[in-house]
Each structure stands twice: as C-alpha cells, then as structure tokens.
Design a protein around this ligand. Sequence first.
Ligand SMILES: N[C@@H](CCC(=O)N[C@@H](CS)C(=O)NCC(=O)O)C(=O)O
Length: 340
Amino acid sequence: MSRLRSFTLTAAVLATVAAPAHAGKTVDAIKARGQLACGVSTGVIGFSAADSQGQWRGLDVDVCRAIAAAVLGDAGKVRWVPLTSQQRFTALQSGEVDILSRNTTWSLTRDAALGLHFTAVTYYDGQGFLVARKSKVSSAKQLKNAEICVQSGTTTEKNLSDYFRAQGIKVKPVVFDKFEPSIKAFFSGRCQAYTTDASALAFIRAKEAPNPDDYLVLPEIISKEPLGPAVRRGDDEWLAIVKWVIHALVEAEELGITQARVDALKASSDPAVQRFLGVGEDLGKSLGLDREWAARAVKAGGNYGEIFERNVGAGSPLKLPRGLNAQWNKGGILYGLPLR
Ligand SMILES: N[C@@H](CCC(=O)N[C@@H](CS)C(=O)NCC(=O)O)C(=O)O
C-alpha cells in the first residue's frame, strides 16, 4: 500500500471513530416517550421498592434515575415497571422495559442465551440463609431435611439444590412464584430457612421480621451473585450508554465528585475531573449525548458511594458493609473504567 493511501485510510478511519455518535433506536424511543421504562422488583427495600408515598427508592432505582438524567436531562422521567423474578426477562425481551435494573445476577446463560446483554456489576452479592434464632441452627450444614422457602425463576433456586447436593444433605425446597407470599410463609413458620441474596436477607430481617433480633443470617455464602442491569440485544449504542453511566457513577466516587460538589468542581484544575464534568473535552459526543451527561448522572442521586450508603449502607436500615463493593483502592473490587 502506498504511503499516501495508507494515510488517507487512517484518516478516514479516525474520522469515523471521532464522529459524534447517534444514540440509537432505544434512545430515540425513550426521547419520543419522554420516559425511561425501567424494570424493577415488586419490592426489595434497598434495591427497588416504592415507599409509603409511592416513590421508588433503592440502589437499582438510583441507577435508572442517573440514566434518565444523562439521557433525558431529568432523573424524574422514569416509568417504573415492577416485575417478579419470573416476569423480568420476558419484559425486557418484549420491549416492555428499556432496562432491567433489578437485583439480577449476571450469569453465562442469561447473558448469552436470552437475547440480552448485562452491562456492569452494580452490587457484588452472594446467596445466604435466614433462620429463626429459636431453631438453634447456626450453620447451613444443620439444615438436613429442612423446608427452605425460595422464589422461582432465580439463581437462588438452582444454587440451593447444587449446594446441598454437593454437601450430600437432603433438603426440601418450598418454591413460591411471588416474593411477598414467600416471606409471609417463612415468618409464619412454614419453612425452617429462607434463602436469597444476602443483601435481600438483610432487608427481610430488618423490615419484614416481626422482631429482627429473633432471626439470624447464617455464616455460609453459597454462591457468587454479581448483580447489575441488563439491556436487550441489538442496540450497541444503548448498551454503551448504560454501561458508561454506571462506570461514571463509580468513577465519580473515586474522583471525589459528589452530588453536592458537581457544580463547584467545574472549576477544578484536575484534568480527570474536568473531562468527567465536560469542561473542555466532550466525552458525551461519542455516546450520542451532550457534554454534561456524567455531571447530571451524579447530580441526580450522587456517586456510587453516596448511592450505596443511602440505600443499603450505614444510612439505611440494611446497614450493609461496603465489603466487596468498596473501591478497588479501598479493599473492594469495584473498579470504574477510565472516562477518557
Ligand atoms: N439475584 C437472583 C435473585 C433475584 C430475585 O428475583 N430475588 C427475589 C427474592 S429477594 C426477588 O427479588 N423477588 C422480588 C420480586 O419478585 O419482585 C437472581 O437474579 O435470580
């Protein structure tokens, strides 16, 4: 290839790469509708649940609010679609929701065989067990022949049988389609244990138990449950936006960009902060968004750390430790990809 031709080719490729992107058909539909359709749970406090005023709250809820702020310029423009474990993937596949942001575990078959893409991990979780203290059970290994309440259409149901099969222990799963009846059954004594993601057990114990101190979360964590939002396949631009809004929330914490300081930090001399806030360089262009997309995402409900503390951490009834969900440089595995 002549030098001139190779130069022209490189220039052409660069031009395509650097061109402002069109945000894609999902964003077009969201803009036409004026709302992001966000699939949530029917009520898992800390992640997605409507409060007594009908306001949706939680970590998964705040992720959708941040995306609505980035895309529509208004965190309030979200239509919440409550979905049971069984309903959630069909709702996303059929287009009823634009995003599923609902304590959902990223696994190979879900990612590869359902016509979906997972986007990023928003909470590293694992499956545990809740028991009544009076049962004197202090380890999952003591659950021989126990009835264990569990919801269908979950990784929970599958891990439960794997775990006890591997241990050579027989248990009797009592399976429910809906969440509310499953916890009611447990607290009425129908089962000796309840199993789900440990984060949800913290909520169930703190908010649903007649007296939280009468219940105990067992020490065994029997699985990895990386929770995060999923989108439908076939729209790479939308996948990129969701992925990068989440990384922006995580990166904002690392950079010290908080909800309260977004505006003031526009005067910062740190190039990473400037780039994040769209001062000078414009990162929004390649996502088909404007230059303030990430600033608005953080202004909506804070950075990842603020979202965590308010919904599931020290500032919430769940009081979950950051643990694995701390930043990579603070002993956790949360690692925001570089916004540059
Ligand atoms: N992370 C697991 C479990 C998620 C799940 O659906 N858990 C149940 C029990 S906490 C739930 O959220 N139920 C609420 C509902 O169906 O609305 C998965 O993705 O399968």
